[in-house]
Structure formats: structure tokens, C-alpha cells
Design a protein. Structure first.
Lengths: 200, 756
């Protein structure tokens, strides 16, 4: 029985990712959206969810005029203790004026997880961004939640891999705070990150 | 009973099976109060707490910036980066899960049996959540983020020797609070208070397979579902839409109601009933969650909530159409739910959780995905609908208890003001004027405990008491920068010619800490005078001064608390007087009209010695920096008029400056930016029998050269210019640079008498 339980593979291969970001309402491509993908390694822990200490890979890009983005594939060694789970990758998309977009894979349990070879389920798809509704508090909560999803990247010491996303979030938060100084919007980065932000 | 002892009721139909598999399978990761969920709960808790109020930040000596401001950051314990206050707390609340492989074993507490997590009868490596989080029942070698640690970190942040240390400890304080409130948040996850382990790692799976015990590998669907955040399916956007700010999320302790709050010591946040007692009336978060909510592995195994009886199974459940439950679904069918009553002892309310538990006729399908579960033993189940229903109660409570504990942690308040003398410190600047060597070694204050304690039986506001005596201790702290350009003549003061504060102001904030003092009698009732002594003086060239008093010791029922007051005081402010008769030529004595005589020649005509003349023509200033009886508007001797000294009311000066002609006296005082003063000037000419006085009062202004952190500016409140060898306020330099005599010498310093 024990022999049926697999530890983590010694390497992981991720297929290239190509997808398009569009406005959910109009279907028009969204240019300049920041896109990050992080392949989250999960370390052994005795609670559900494990411990998110390391990243297998972190990538960042922006969509082109057609809303397209592309991440090349890769193969990377793994220590056989940490494993990839649903965040293979965690995809985050942000463009001011829209709710952030996050998606991950969906595996019902460990037995349902693929092995060393991962293909993003959204590859080749149109990913629809929803306009935020101009509600400042909701927009602040949206940014806070996006920061939460970026936290495991920062905690793994990989903030430098996503500078455009950190800056975009920090600047969006700064613009919201200018409208309502009582908003508390956690953002990552440092004081330099949010300097010289362009007005909305 | 455990999950293997569940009652079995089989209600199978093939079509219903398909529906249940679709409805109950949670797509996405198998996570619960995953670290990221903790981060969201924590930042919402902070929004509900006193940390969202700049008053607290000022009180503990920080800049009154929003807690998310990236200009006020402190390092994480990992030293990876510096983070804002909100991020430090968020980080702590996530890092608590990441500290080690077995960390989760410290995050359980069963208030019914007063136990840590017990798996197959063993508690090896497990600790009760409050024991670990508080360390109030003993220390753990590898625990650095307990409430007890947070107390020490806060004290060190206020008193640490270097700015680097203080920033480090402020970072640890906020991060550790995140670690501690993580535990309260876990106590709002039913599995953590009902001894329901839910490991999902491959190691646990291997152990479960090797031992045959399902308890070792039982991923928490509740935690997985709660953490879902997937824009690809609106039904899976859970975490970002949790009811963080819903009713019940207000801080359960508002820092002003300790008298009526049940949370008088940290452990009570977990449970308020005594171990072994019935928890049905308990106010602790572990008691609330345990008695009101099922967890996947404990349906029917705890006294409350009870599993529906057979009669209830057939009579009280509600049936709901899946198309209503899942709008847009192509599925057809119904799901049955049973309600529970959720009792909140803290609010005295009872609410109905209409979807507390669901029928589990599709459990056999679930069991095919989780082979360690025995399908024939599963009847009732928890699923996304019951989880949604539980969230409405549990998430706001996780926020409210977390916010409350933050408020409780920071509740200690002192009120700090000047002593009766009106100044916090005074030195004779003609004697102690060397930079980095001389300074203030004694600080006097008036201090009072103002920690809100609610109201007494007469409705009178009372404080949460600090015991007097040696149970706790008080220290005074002065934070400052240095003016590296300072000179004893005051030529280097900000505002003096050619002085650029950007060049002169030291970058690092320094600190001076007094020796500790016991708590004086009456501290809880009225402001008490206190004297603090500094072995290392507050340097005379200090700028940007903040005066704090920090208490550490028992507060109310908490054995080790910290209370603090911070006051932004003025920089060393110079008070001086001089006599300049020797700058002019005079007619023959006693006329003071212009003439051919030098002052010395004029003196020789009316005094036996030049020294007698200089003394007689100089004035004595007796200064007090606060109001004094007999020197007010109704005084028999009007303000500003010369009268016989015999009519002078008794006066207790702090400083007595006597300046014979050609000399000056100067003291440096530490004051508030604005203060009242009484100056009694006496003119005593023993040779000619003159003995008169006059008095004056008025508001005075301390020197305020406060650096504006955000604007990066500093406006000097005084302009200093040269006059007779020293630097004085510009209005005085006009006088000191005038005159008709030749070769006017520099003023000579004369010591003053200080009574402080």
C-alpha cells in the first residue's frame, strides 16, 4: 500500500503557455496587462495546503496589442520533497480598471495530480477580465486580494521576478488612497516601487 | 467516536450520485484556512483594530502614517525585506504555518477535552494552541513568535539601544502578533477545535497507507474551498469574497471596555470556561466554534452540535433545488440540509445556520476519490454549501477576535505631562555645553495610568489598574537625533548663519533610557510626579526629541503587559539673560544720559568697587516655567511694574540667573513646544539701598526644529545671530551689537542656580 504513494518527482517540465486577455464585456483584446505565472512548490506540512516556501519558476510579461502573452516552457530539477500542486502555474493578470484575474489548475486530490509534466489548462484560451465597478472599497479589496496571491512569491524571495506587477499594484493602490485616505491596501515592494506612478 | 464510527444511512440513486459528485467536488487546491486566507483575515482584522488609528502609532512613538504606507517599514524575521505594518502582520499570520513540517500540530485545541491534537491516541509532538501561541504556561525552546515574545519585542522596540535594533523589534512585534492571531483564526476552523486532523501531504498519505489509519491523510475540504480564488469560474471565487466585514467582524475588544470584557487575560480569548466545564456558555473562540459547527471528521462525535436524529432526518431538513444552489448549472436534482442554532455568548444572540449539514447520499462517490474514507459509514456531509453557510459566522468571528486581540495587546496607556516646575529637564548651559558630552541627566514628569478600564458601579470611568510598587517598572526614554554642527556658543544651531540642517542632522535616531523606577502610589488615580535618572545624558546637541515613559509589568489581570506614552517635546531651549550697560558712554553718575564716561568711569563715581557696580546694575532673574501662586492677574503687585522686594510674594524659582554687567547666564531646558513662564526680576543695589522687583508672565515657545519625514524638510523655529561672542535670538543680537563705547568685550558666562 505504501509503495503506491509517490513522493515528488526529481524534475518538472512545463509546456509553453500562450493565451489572450480580453475584455469580458466587449471581447476586445487588452493591451499592456501585466501577467505573472509562478509555479508554486509545496513543502511537506501536516496541515492541508502544505507550506509554500519555494518557487519552481516565476515569470512575468505584458500582453501585446492583441492581448496575447507567452511564456516559454522549461524543465527544472526538483528536490523530490517539494511538489507542484494546483499552482502549476498560478496565473495572475492585472490591468487597472479591471478586477484581477487568477487561475490555477484543478485537481481533486493528490491521486489526480499529473506527474512531472505540467500543461496549463488555460493554454490557448481567451481569458476574460471583468471591469471593476468603480466602487473604491471593492477596488481596494480587489488589490488587497491580489497582493495576497503575490505573497508567496515574495516570501520565496522572488519579488524581483515580478517588478511590473508589484509596481502596477502599488500605483493602483496609491491612486485609490488618493481618493480615500482611510483605505488600507497592503502592497508589496518598497517606497521606490510606488514613486513616479502615472496618474490614472 | 471518530469518522469510522459514523452512523450509516444509505440513500442511493444513480442520478443523485452524479449530482452530488458535481456539487461536492471542490475544484482547485485542497486548502482551508490556507496561509493566504490567514493573510486576508489578518488585514481585515487590522482594519478593525486600533492599528488603523494613528493615535496608537503616535503613542508608541511611530509616525502617524497609514499602516500600509511603505515609508514606515520594518524588517521581517527572515530578513528578506522590510515591510509595512499591515504586511508584517499578514506575513506573521501566514508564516505561522510555514515554520516547520510539524508546525500544524501546534494549531489545534479541543476545549471539550482541553487537549492538543490527538491522533490515534497519541499527542506526540502536539501542543495546545494557546500553550504554544501564548507561552503563558511555560516556554518552548523553538518558539519565537508567542504573545509572550511579542510583549518582549514591543518593550525592546521602545527601549532598544540602536535604531536598527528598535526597527528589528518593531518588525518582530507586528509579525509576532500575526503569528498569534493566526491561532485565533484557526480556532474559527471547526477541525482545529474538534480534534479533526487534515494533513494532505504525500508523507501523510504514505503514513496513512502504512498504518491503515485514515486520520493521517484527510485533506480538509473546508480549507480547500475557503481558499479558492479562480477567475475562470465565478463559483470558485471564494477567498476574495469571504464575509470579512460582515456582522460579527467588529473587534470583540475595543480597548475601552475591559471591565465588561470577558477577555481579561490572553488565554481567555481561546476559552473562558474552566477546563472540564461545560463550554456552552463560553466566550472563547474555540468554545464558540466547537459547540456551533460540525467538522468533516466529527459529525456526531461531540456534544454539540448534535447530529440530526432519525426523526429530524425525516422531519426537519430543507430540500433545495440544485439549480437555485448553483445558478446556471445543467444539473437537476435536490440537496437536503439541516439547520443548527448558533449561540454567540459574547453577543448573547442565537442565529440559525440553515445549512449546517447536508445529506451525503453521494458520499460513496466521494469515497472513490478518497479511498481512506469508508463509504458505508458516511451519511451526513459538509460541502461547499454548508461551508458557505459556516463562513457567514466563522469568518467575521475570525476577524473580530483577531482585531480584538490586537486591541488588547496595545491597550496599555499612560498620560505624560510636565512636572509642576513646567520643564522636563534643565541644565546650566554656561557650565554644561560640550556636544556629545554634556546634557540632561535628570528628567521630571507627571505620569498617570489612563488605560481604559470601563466604568465603576457609579458610572465613573476607571482605569485598568497597574499595581504600585515593584511588581512592574517604569523607564523614561528620550529619542533624538544630533546636531553635529552644535557649538557651545550656539553658532551651530539650526537657524544660525550658514547652518544647513541637512548637513548637520545625524541620520540615525538615537535613544537614551533612564534607570528603572517602581510604580508610584496613586498612579491609577491622578498624575504623579516622577524623576528619572539617566546614566548617559540626553546630549545638549540633541534635536527632534520625543519623550516616552514605558511601563512593563502587570496590567489588570495580565501578568506582563506594556503601557506607553509618547510626547513630542521641544529641542533644548535656551533661556538667558545678560547685562549690557558697558556698551554705552554715560554722563556723570547718577545720570545715564549719553556722556563722555565709560561705564567703568561712571561706576567709579557711585560705587566703591567696579565689581559692586557691575553687580548692582545687573539683574537677577528668577524663573519658573509654570504658573506660580501670587503671580497672576489678581496679584496685589501688578505685572510689569517695579515694586519693593518686600512686596514680592513667595516664589520658588527653578532657575536663578544673576548677570552682572558684561556677563550672561544661560540655561537649557527641555519643555513642551509651548509653555507658561513666570519671570521675577530683582534689582538689588546694596550700595544705594535699591531693592525692587517686577514680574512678568506669558506663554513661551520652546525651540521646535522638527524634521518632517514625508516632506523631508525642517523649519528652524529660532533665528540665531551673533552678539558679543555668543549667539542669541535675533532680537537680542540687535541690542548686543549696539552701543557707543569702544572695544566692547565679549559677554562672560556666569553660572546660574538651578533648583530642579
Amino acid at each position: 500500500m505504501a509503495s503506491l504513494v509517490a513522493c515528488a518527482p526529481p524534475y518538472y517540465t512545463a509546456d509553453p503557455i500562450e493565451a489572450w486577455v480580453v475584455d469580458a464585456e466587449t471581447g476586445q483584446p487588452i493591451e499592456g496587462a501585466v501577467v505573472t505565472a509562478n509555479w508554486q512548490l509545496v513543502s511537506v506540512g501536516l496541515d492541508t495546503g502544505g507550506r509554500k516556501l519555494h518557487q519552481l519558476e516565476v515569470k512575468e510579461t505584458r500582453t501585446d496589442k492583441n492581448g496575447r502573452f507567452y511564456f516559454p516552457g522549461f524543465t527544472k530539477l526538483n528536490n523530490m520533497v517539494d511538489e507542484l500542486r494546483e499552482e502549476d502555474p498560478q496565473l495572475l493578470i492585472f490591468k487597472p480598471g479591471y478586477e484581477y484575474y487568477r487561475t490555477v489548475s484543478s485537481y481533486p486530490n493528490r491521486e489526480g495530480q499529473p506527474g512531472a509534466h505540467r500543461t496549463a489548462r488555460f493554454n490557448g484560451e481567451k481569458l476574460k477580465l471583468t471591469n471593476d465597478d468603480q466602487n473604491i472599497k471593492k477596488a481596494a479589496a480587489n488589490l488587497s486580494s491580489l497582493t495576497t496571491n503575490l505573497e508567496s512569491i515574495a516570501n520565496a524571495g522572488a519579488s524581483n521576478e515580478v517588478p511590473q506587477m508589484l509596481r502596477a499594484v502599488a500605483c493602483a493602490a496609491k491612486r485609490l488612497r488618493a481618493k480615500d485616505s482611510h483605505l488600507i491596501i497592503p502592497v508589496l515592494g518598497n517606497a521606490e516601487t510606488e514613486k513616479n506612478c502615472e496618474p490614472e | 467516536m471518530n469518522r469510522n464510527e459514523r452512523t450509516t444511512l444509505q440513500h442511493h440513486s444513480n442520478s443523485m450520485r452524479m449530482l452530488l459528485v458535481s456539487a461536492l467536488t471542490v475544484s482547485g487546491s485542497v486548502l482551508a484556512y490556507e496561509p493566504l486566507t490567514h493573510a486576508e483575515i489578518s488585514s481585515n482584522a487590522l482594519s478593525q483594530s486600533v492599528l488603523a488609528n494613528s493615535d496608537l502609532l503616535i503613542r508608541i512613538g511611530l509616525l502617524p502614517l497609514p499602516v500600509d504606507n511603505l515609508e514606515q517599514v520594518f524588517p521581517l524575521s527572515t530578513n528578506q525585506r522590510a515591510e509595512s505594518i499591515v504586511n508584517l502582520i499578514r506575513f506573521g499570520s501566514t508564516w505561522e504555518d510555514e515554520l516547520g513540517k510539524t508546525q500544524a500540530l501546534r494549531h489545534f485545541y479541543d476545549p471539550i477535552r482541553d487537549r492538543a491534537l490527538m491522533i490515534e491516541g497519541s499527542t506526540i509532538s502536539t501542543f495546545k494552541s494557546p500553550d504554544w501561541a501564548l507561552e503563558d504556561n511555560g516556554d518552548f525552546d523553538n518558539q519565537s513568535f508567542s504573545y509572550k515574545d511579542a510583549r518582549s519585542y514591543l518593550y525592546n522596540a521602545l527601549t532598544g539601544a540602536t535604531e536598527v535594533q528598535r526597527k528589528k523589534f518593531f518588525g518582530l512585534t507586528f509579525q509576532t502578533l500575526g503569528h498569534v492571531i493566526h491561532h485565533l483564526q484557526d480556532m474559527a476552523q471547526p477541525q482545529h477545535v474538534r480534534n479533526d486532523p487534515h494533513c494532505d501531504s504525500w508523507i501523510c498519505q504514505a503514513v496513512a497507507a502504512a498504518t491503515g489509519s485514515a486520520l493521517f491523510y484527510a485533506p480538509s475540504q473546508y480549507e480547500k474551498y475557503t481558499n479558492l480564488d479562480d477567475a475562470g469560474d465565478s463559483r470558485n471565487q471564494i477567498r476574495r469574497n469571504l464575509p470579512y466585514a460582515a456582522a460579527g467582524s467588529d473587534a470583540v475588544y475595543r480597548a475601552d471596555n475591559i471591565a465588561t470584557s470577558p477577555f481579561k487575560s490572553p488565554r481567555l480569548w481561546w476559552r473562558t470556561t474552566a477546563p472540564g466545564d461545560d463550554i456552552s456558555g463560553g466566550w472563547g473562540i474555540a468554545e464558540y466554534t466547537n459547540r456551533n459547527f460540525y467538522s468533516a471528521g466529527t459529525i456526531g462525535t461531540y456534544p454539540s452540535p448534535a447530529k440530526p436524529t432519525i426523526n429530524e432526518y425525516f422531519s426537519s431538513g430543507t430540500t433545495e433545488d440544485v439549480k437555485v444552489l448553483l445558478p446556471g448549472t445543467a444539473l437537476a436534482g435536490t440537496i437536503r440540509f439541516w439547520p443548527t442554532q448558533v449561540t454567540d455568548s459574547l453577543t448573547g444572540t442565537t442565529g440559525t445556520n440553515s445549512r449546517a449539514i447536508s445529506e451525503a447520499v453521494f458520499d460513496s462517490d466521494i469515497a472513490t476519490l478518497y479511498p481512506t474514507a469508508a463509504p458505508e459509514r458516511m451519511t451526513y456531509a459538509l460541502n461547499r454549501f454548508t461551508f458557505d453557510a459556516a463562513h457567514q459566522f466563522l469568518i467575521p468571528r475570525a476577524v473580530g477576535y483577531s482585531a480584538g486581540l490586537i486591541n488588547y495587546f496595545f491597550r496599555g496607556q499612560l498620560e505624560l505631562g510636565p512636572p509642576d516646575e513646567g520643564v522636563y529637564g534643565v541644565i546650566d548651559h554656561t557650565v554644561e555645553n560640550l556636544p556629545n558630552i554634556h546634557g540632561f541627566r535628570k528628567i521630571k514628569v507627571k505620569l498617570r495610568n489612563v488605560t481604559p478600564g470601563g466604568h465603576d458601579v457609579n458610572g465613573r470611568a476607571v482605569v485598568e489598574a497597574i499595581p504600585t510598587g515593584n511588581a512592574g517598572s517604569l523607564v523614561a526614554v528620550v529619542k533624538f537625533h544630533r546636531n553635529a554642527c552644535y557649538q557651545p556658543s550656539l553658532a551651530g544651531e539650526y537657524g544660525a548663519p550658514g547652518i544647513n540642517w541637512r548637513v548637520c542632522r545625524s541620520a540615525a535616531e538615537e535613544i537614551a533610557v533612564s534607570s528603572s523606577k517602581p510604580v508610584p502610589e496613586g498612579l491609577n488615580d491622578a498624575a504623579q510626579p516622577m524623576v528619572f535618572d539617566f546614566a548617559v545624558p540626553i546630549p545638549i546637541n540633541a534635536t527632534d526629541l520625543y519623550l516616552q515613559v514605558v511601563y512593563r509589568g502587570p496590567l489588570g489581570s495580565e501578568p506582563d503587559a506594556v503601557a506607553v506614552a509618547t510626547r513630542d517635546i521641544a529641542e533644548p531651549t535656551y533661556v538667558y539673560q545678560y547685562s549690557r550697560w558697558d556698551q554705552y558712554l554715560y554722563a556723570n553718575y547718577p545720570s545715564v544720559d549719553p556722556g563722555p564716561n565709560t561705564f567703568q568711569q561712571w561706576c567709579a563715581q557711585g560705587f566703591q568697587t567696579y565689581a559692586d557696580c557691575r553687580t548692582a546694575m545687573g539683574l537677577t532673574w528668577k524663573v519658573r516655567f509654570a504658573a506660580a501662586p501670587g503671580f497672576a492677574g489678581n496679584s496685589p503687585v501688578p505685572q510689569g511694574t517695579w515694586s519693593p522686594v518686600a512686596a514680592e510674594s513667595p516664589f520658588d524659582p527653578v532657575v536663578t540667573m544673576t548677570a552682572p554687567v558684561g556677563t550672561y547666564g544661560r540655561v537649557a531646558v527641555l519643555t513642551d513646544p509651548g509653555f507658561a513662564s513666570v519671570i521675577v526680576q530683582e534689582w538689588i543695589d546694596a550700595t544705594h539701598g535699591t531693592s525692587i522687583f517686577r514680574w512678568d508672565t506669558g506663554p513661551s515657545a520652546g525651540t521646535k526644529n522638527q524634521f518632517d519625514f514625508l516632506a523631508n524638510t525642517l523649519d528652524a523655529s529660532r533665528v540665531y545671530t551673533a552678539g558679543r561672542g555668543i549667539y542669541v535670538f535675533s532680537e537680542d543680537s540687535v541690542l548686543l551689537n549696539s552701543g557707543t563705547a569702544a572695544n566692547i568685550p565679549p559677554l562672560a558666562p556666569v553660572p546660574s542656580v538651578i533648583n530642579f
